[in-house]
Unconditional design. Sequence first.
Length: 356
Amino acid sequence: MREWEKNLRQVTPYVAGEQPKDLNKIKLNTNENPYPPTKNMEGLLNNQSEMLRLYPDTQATELVEELARFYDLTTDQIFVGVGSDDVLAMSFLTFFNSEKPILFPDITYSFYDVWANLYRIPYERPALDENFHIKKEDYYKVNGGIVIANPNAPTSISEDLSVIEDIIAKNQDAIVIIDEAYVDFGGQSALPLLKKYDNLVVVQTFSKSRSMAGMRIGYAMANPELITALKNVKESYNSYTMNYPSIVCGAQAVRDKDYFYETLDKVIATREHVKRELRGLGFQMPDSKTNFLFITHEKLSAKELFEALREEHIYVRHFNKPRISNYLRVSIGTDEEMNIFLRAVMEYMKEKGILN
Ligand SMILES: *Cc1c(COP(=O)(O)O)cnc(C)c1O
């Protein structure tokens, strides 16, 4: 072994869903929104290349002010970053500095253990129950912090806000992060609890409900002391995380409330339709409050169905992990995309002799 090898930071990175170059594929594997972002931002950057000469506003004031208006918060309660992945990573670095283990469920967003390993934060993963729900009592023990995705991924399940509140209330000596990447699609946000608890951090993203995964915008909402701590860490690392286009386009997206709600309604209507169709075909799934479905079928191998769909240029997600290896996560696309998906599933079931 060469001497310097001992000093390398050895990490196993997060594996994202495939991004095929060819846009003709039906892409239901990374929970992107099938609808474009608001048209209000088109042309916004024309003739503004002069702005790129300058360093951007480190405080992303325009975007933060717009978010504060939208959520009825003060600007010192909001921290923005380059996607919620950046905000979450920064939160782990800022809030989880105890010798005690942090807690998150065994089945959840697979970036949490990656960050914990990167920052050498000890962690424990209490198992979800047999229906993939959180057992809140598992979070009543001594810990160095908690992170919970609600609704959860890849299960699509939204926990009742009372469950989340009990966990926050019982852990007032630690920071509890609630990752609400999917909350706009029908979950219950913990945001109202900010008034009551100073140990709560709510994290959201523009990547799913606002159709802007490519722009990379995420944000944390918490009491001003925690937000200041986050800003201090960020500014000790890279002052200019948010670029100028993200700040102005992000602000513009937040201003267009009508389009936001209209898009959400469309995705939700499609989701409910696809739920009914798949249940009719014998699939089982939790009652998704997200923009994806987590499906399984007693008579089908999820892995084989995943491969068969891929042959048809339909991409969904399969996780080769304990407890969920016979499930597929299917993002909600347009009605047209979902009909092609459903037809391909039916064809496959006919080939297998499960459907006439
Ligand atoms: C998609 C997702 C994120 C990250 O989204 P960004 O694109 O980085 O904003 C965070 N948490 C969960 C649970 C997600 O599904």
